[in-house]
Design a protein around this ligand. Structure first.
Ligand SMILES: [Fe+2]
Length: 459
């Protein structure tokens, strides 16, 4: 049997293949619960290899220890079916084993081999693209799609999702024009496409189009505000408001959408909430007791050492809420882990994860000099942490704020000028330039920068 894109599937009839396609659609279009839906299929067909591969793939991308037992069991069950699997399925199973063993880059290589041999395997392409995003392989985010893209067209089911992946990959590689074209085409096929909306939100973020960004997100609100991607898309909307220094609106969005009462929130909520609160911390906003609730959510994963990207967000909460003991635990766990581990996350933690955690701790202790010393030599290696440019911007912003607070105004001006060079339409960036000029005693240039900021806010 083949799936709707002509990719071979072992041990399945048409209704099983259709049911699995529906699970995949839920994941691609961010609705329902793809893992729970897949569990229903597996309850009836426990040896369905591609269903096991799909479930394992979804769990791999979660980067959480709380799903770990389920992940281990799913991979074990898939491996038990290896003798019946075709080469495509063997590739998926082998990739999952590599991921489970902490060899994330090896897993990507194996999914890439599958996608090269089966260029219509949308799941394999998706996994390479998303894993490259998690691992900070910027070029790979784009080229994972480019390899197969010319073979696809609108007649292939799911083409709009390939366009969405390509759009985000192009955006992360600063090709905003083509990224916009791909996103628009994806949205013309499926308006209800949160990943394509997300790609547009990144394009606008990187281009400093805050007003247009808010407008776009509000206009498209019906197609993403109930999706499984809503928290991250609210976070993106908050960034536009923050760029215009509208911190009241940022806090309102935070309270409405990024601060559920659950003790165990979604990972996206925990990550994005921490990232947003830390930015508010940088601009000096009193966020009340919001850190406390958020820090509680991060406590269970303080010593996971699973994914450096998670650790730095946990650290933001611990140091901002004065949880010095648990912050120390996180640092110690990472130091111990780096002493003996050799999985893919080791390099991510050593190069940027742990230094940034230490820098956050230094910042909270008002040791801004040390914070600068830690971050300055690493600022062009931050992509090794994974995530997007928009997410990692918090590192450069922390460095600049620490430079200002440690009165290293020449450096602060250089860094603020860099930010303005990249995003000259950002009022927040001009405010940072003005503060650096203030520090250097250049009242004329400080005033000019503030005029520029006011001009942009008025526009
Ligand atoms: Fe994003």
């Amino acid at each position: 049997m083949n799936d709707c894109r002509g990719v071979p599937v072992t041990g399945a009839n048409q209704s099983m293949i259709d049911a699995l396609e529906e699970c995949h659609l839920q994941a691609l279009a961010f609705y329902g619960d793809p893992v729970a839906s897949c569990d229903l299929i597996l309850a009836e067909h426990p040896e369905f290899i591609m269903a096991l591969c799909f479930k394992g793939a979804m769990l791999s991308q979660a980067m959480e220890t709380r799903i770990y037992n389920d992940f281990v069991e799913t991979v074990r069950r898939a491996e038990a079916q290896s003798s019946k699997a075709n080469t495509r399925e063997l590739g998926h199973i082998s990739a999952l084993r590599s991921w489970l063993d902490g060899d994330f880059h090896g897993a990507v290589q194996k999914w890439e081999e599958v996608a090269t041999a089966y260029p219509f395997d949308l799941l394999a392409i998706q996994l390479v693209h998303l894993s490259d995003t998690l691992l900070g392989d910027i070029v790979g985010q784009r080229d994972s799609v480019a390899r197969a893209f010319p073979l696809w067209d609108e007649s292939v089911p799911g083409y709009e999702f390939l366009l969405g992946f390509y759009s985000f990959g192009l955006e992360e590689n600063s090709d905003y024009y083509r990224a916009g074209q791909m996103a628009n085409q994806a949205l013309s096929i499926r308006p209800d496409h949160p990943y394509a909306i997300h790609a547009v939100s990144h394009i606008m973020e990187m281009q400093g189009k805050a007003v247009a960004g808010v407008k776009f997100m509000n206009q498209r609100r019906n197609s993403w505000a109930d999706s499984n991607f809503k928290i991250h898309l609210h976070w993106h909307t908050s960034l536009y408001h923050l760029d215009r220094n509208d911190t009241g609106q940022v806090l309102a969005l935070y309270d409405q959408h990024l601060s559920s009462d659950d003790v165990e929130g979604e990972k996206y909520e925990e990550l994005d909430a921490a990232a947003l609160m830390w930015r508010l911390n940088l601009v000096g906003v009193d966020v009340g007791d919001r850190w406390k609730h958020l820090a509680d959510k991060w406590i269970p994963s303080a010593t996971d050492t699973l994914y450096a990207f998670n650790d730095v967000h946990a650290m933001m909460c611990f140091v901002a809420d004065g949880r010095n003991e648990v912050a120390e635990k996180l640092l110690n766990a990472n130091e111990r882990y780096l002493g003996h581990a050799n999985d893919a996350n080791t390099a991510m933690s050593r190069i940027i994860g742990l230094p940034f955690c230490r820098a956050l701790s230094a910042f909270a202790k008002e040791d801004y000099d040390y914070c600068v010393d830690l971050l300055l030599p690493r600022r062009y290696q931050t992509h090794r942490l994974g995530g997007s440019f928009a997410q990692r911007d918090v590192i450069g912003w922390t460095l600049l704020e620490a430079a200002l607070r440690s009165k290293r105004y020449d450096l602060a001006l250089a860094l603020a000028n860099e930010r303005c060079g990249l995003k000259p339409t950002s009022p927040m960036n001009w405010q940072l330039v003005a503060r650096a000029h203030d520090g250097r005693g250049d009242k004329i240039r400080a005033s000019q920068a503030r005029d520029k900021m006011s001009e942009l806010l008025a526009a």
